[in-house]
Design a protein around this ligand. Structure first.
Ligand code: GLU
Length: 300
């Protein structure tokens, strides 16, 4: 408030996050996301949050959570406040699912992976989305009786009825700092899974709920997750959540321009530390936009 009692309007300071999944050791691509996200918050006097995306019990390991702390400490990137773990927030994702179910936008899917593959093969021309062939909608077509019969004893995922959801929410847009205003096209994913048979929330649902719950103003992540934002924007609209600004950064590549994968073990930050690399020099190269792994992976 000013002396005259007028409320001063201020843009909210940036709140960013680094949100790795502890399914392996961090590599150079993670270091890039972390440093860009960290710097965006600190340039604004804002907050940089660390969120561990450990909803997948089959793939996440406690040792990799420790590895994340170790690697960020080695890089000298400190985070603000408590570390948030998605495994402790399942109730939030269940609440969001219940809302979508009450809106009539969710259905149980009893198909096994091999049934889906067979169904797609039989249909001849299955449309493809960013994650592969689209689910053909088999369980969307089940009768109420059939669903009620299967529900109690058959393992099932929960899928979003994409056509119904888009009809309710479209048209939608979001903003990316390199791509500009983007028209949301979540329909290219088909009926996405929002809760899996073995994990009560999917990446799409958990990340959307948490970005809103944590007041994230700016999502900084790799270009490989650009398409996923179409789905996140739709979920935000359906759940009445705010839309952050997006900063999808280019990926670290090898000399041939191929993106890095977790299997490239020699390129983990752990390996670099063992090889006596200089973390400050590494951060300086990442900040300067030098994203070719051969040059990043030098002893400085
Ligand atoms: N947990 C995701 C990953 O490790 C990143 C999530 C995000 O930044 O939205 O790939």
């Amino acid at each position: 408030m000013t002396a005259r009692g007028r409320v001063m309007r201020q843009a909210p300071v940036a709140v960013t996050r680094f949100a790795p999944s502890p399914t392996g050791r961090l590599h150079l691509g993670h270091a890039l996301s972390a440093v860009l996200s960290h710097d965006l918050a600190s340039a604004d006097g804002g907050r940089f949050i660390l969120r561990i995306e450990d909803i997948d019990p089959g793939r996440c390991r406690e040792a990799f959570v420790e590895g994340i702390f170790e690697d960020l400490r080695w890089l000298g990137l400190g985070w603000d406040g408590e570390v948030v773990r998605q495994s402790a927030r399942m109730h939030l994702y269940s609440d969001a699912l219940a809302r979508l179910r009450d809106m009539g936008l969710i259905y149980p899917c009893f198909c096994t992976r091999s049934e889906i593959v067979a169904e797609i093969a039989a249909s001849g021309a299955a449309p493809h989305g960013p994650d592969g062939p689209l689910y053909p909608g088999t369980c969307r077509m089940l009768s109420t009786e059939e669903r009620a019969r299967l529900l109690p004893d058959t393992p099932h995922a929960l899928r979003l009825d994409m056509t119904a959801a888009v009809a309710l929410a479209a048209p939608l847009h979001w903003h990316d700092d390199r791509a500009g205003t983007v028209a949301a096209r979540p329909e290219m994913f088909g009926d996405v899974v929002l809760a899996r048979k073995d994990a009560p929330a999917s990446y799409h649902l958990a990340v959307t709920v948490d970005d809103a719950a944590q007041g994230i103003t700016d999502v900084v992540r790799g270009q490989d997750l650009f398409a996923a934002t179409h789905v996140h924007r739709l979920l935000q609209a359906l759940l009445g959540l705010p839309t952050p600004r997006y900063h999808h950064h280019p990926l670290v590549t090898d000399a041939a321009g191929r993106r890095l994968a977790k299997r490239d073990r020699a390129l983990t930050l752990e390996e670099m530390r063992r090889a006596d690399a200089d973390p400050a020099a590494l951060l300086a190269r990442l900040r300067s936009g030098d994203l070719t792994v051969g040059r990043l992976y030098q002893k400085a």
